[in-house]
Design a protein around this ligand. Structure first.
Ligand code: ZN
Length: 94
């Protein structure tokens, strides 16, 4: 089936946030994308952040722009999650 995160696969395989949570289904900033983790709990409060759609990028090749876009995408997700369920006290990027 191949890697689900590469550019040719992501749009087809990524799970989507419910429309009422994020109408576009996937949060996008630059090349970064945030989408719900496909897990057993079926909640949109477990998200996956990817910095780009290349299969592999060595950490020393991360650009400031990619990191900023990724953190902005995460921030957008956290803000939306807080609007959706006010008072969620803990949010992390791991
Ligand atoms: Zn890949």
């Amino acid at each position: 089936m191949g890697c689900p995160f590469c550019s040719n696969s992501l749009e087809k395989t990524a799970t989507r946030f419910p429309t009422e949570f994020w109408p576009e289904g996937i949060i996008a900033r630059g090349q970064a994308r945030v989408f719900p983790n496909r897990d057993l709990f079926h909640t949109h409060y477990r998200a996956v952040l990817i910095l780009g759609t290349e299969h592999h990028v060595d950490p020393r090749e991360f650009t400031p722009e990619a990191l900023v876009a990724g953190l902005e995408a995460a921030q957008t997700y956290f803000q939306q999650a807080n609007r959706d369920t006010p008072g969620a006290p803990y949010q992390t990027v791991n």
